[in-house]
Ligand binder design. Structure first.
Ligand code: UDP
Ligand code: MG
Length: 326
């Protein structure tokens, strides 16, 4: 098969009832694009028979390329595998449950042709999701925006188009705890959003229970900010300051108003002071751990979108273990 222009990536975890419609709608939309395309179906350890359907689709249509995991590795890893196996000039990541309408892909392609390298989809409305899910999701996006160092567009999911140039950089970011949206913002390049209405799931229920969402939120916070470590230091410093200030006040009262400085008060002040000192110490340790963590992630130091020559690909210099060469 010739090299496709577009690679569609859909992570699949027990989506038996959604697969036939997903394939049909994607095929219809992608045939309208007028370019060669491939559909990478990553089976993330499904146990409901999705695997067989994926195999069958692959046998029927040469453009469908199954990638079948040995067990469930999680959504973000499944998407990453799809990116690794993709061959297109641009990839589109889409959920398999048809919450992301395939028709939006045509709009993304339009923006890509205008020269945008990452086109993310912004949810203006969400249908068929519980009040709890919507509220926690909304809080999640806003919290991430406050805490982390990268600007992650509000109300965007993983539904997006990524150009090969940006994808090559993402491919080299092999961090284990992945938050692809953050990584997508972090790499930069020309980005733009298109708006869409998030539909209800076509069939089945969410595979993102509260526990998985919490884990993703932790990945987002720890992957892109040192805030939790810094906050410890600030609390410690505040406690130390407080104990010293209180001591000064009590001493002054003792001198001026003959206030009785009891030993129990002195013990309290000492406890507050020492707690503050310990927290500060932990904060300092945290600062070092944060730096070790940064080194361990081994992200590129910088990413060049246009350079004087293509002999040197600077993104490679800092990546000891590029897993594939394009
Ligand atoms: N998914 C996956 N592995 C998992 C959980 C989910 O590949 O461990 C897939 C799932 O099949 C779907 C997409 O990730 O295509 C989004 O999951 P889901 O619809 O359950 O999340 P929600 O839309 O409720 O946030
Ligand atoms: Mg969904």
């Amino acid at each position: 098969m010739d090299k496709p222009v577009f690679s569609i990536i859909a992570p699949i975890y027990n989506e038996l009832e959604n697969l036939p419609l997903l394939y049909a709608r994607l095929r219809e939309v992608m045939d309208q694009s007028g370019e060669l395309w491939e559909l990478i179906l990553v089976d993330d350890g499904s146990a409901d028979g999705s695997t067989e359907v994926i195999r069958k689709l692959g046998a029927q249509d040469g453009r469908v390329r199954p990638v079948i995991f040995s067990r469930n590795f999680g959504h973000q890893i499944a998407v990453t595998a799809g990116m690794d196996y993709s061959r297109g000039d641009a990839v589109v990541i889409i959920d398999a449950d048809l919450q992301d309408p395939p028709e939006v892909i045509l709009e993304m392609i339009k923006k890509w042709r205008e020269g945008y390298q990452i086109v993310y989809a912004i949810r203006t409305e969400r249908e068929g999701e519980s009040w709890f899910k919507k509220t926690t999701a909304s809080m999640f996006y806003r919290m991430i925006d406050k805490i982390t160092d990268v600007k992650i567009p509000l109300d965007t999911g993983d539904f997006r188009l990524i150009d090969r140039q940006a994808l090559n950089v993402l491919d080299r970011m092999r961090e284990r705890n992945r938050f692809l949206r953050g990584m997508g913002s972090w790499v930069g390049f020309k980005q733009i959003g298109v708006e869409y209405k998030r539909a209800a799931r076509h069939a089945g229920t969410t595979h993102y229970p509260f526990k998985k969402m919490l884990k993703l939120a932790m990945n987002a916070v720890t992957g892109f900010s040192a805030w939790p470590l810094q906050v410890i230091f600030s609390i410690g410093a505040a406690l130390m300051g407080l104990s010293v200030a209180l001591l000064a006040v009590f001493l002054l009262l003792a001198l001026v108003a003959h206030f009785d400085l009891t030993w129990i008060l002195a013990v309290w002040l000492t406890v507050i002071f020492l707690s503050g000192l310990i927290l500060c110490g932990m904060g300092i340790l945290g600062e070092y751990i944060g730096r070790i963590y940064d080194e361990a992630k081994g992200r590129p130091l910088y990413i060049v979108s246009e350079g004087p020559s293509d002999e040197l690909d600077p993104t490679r210099l800092n990546q000891p273990n590029p897993i594939k060469e394009k």
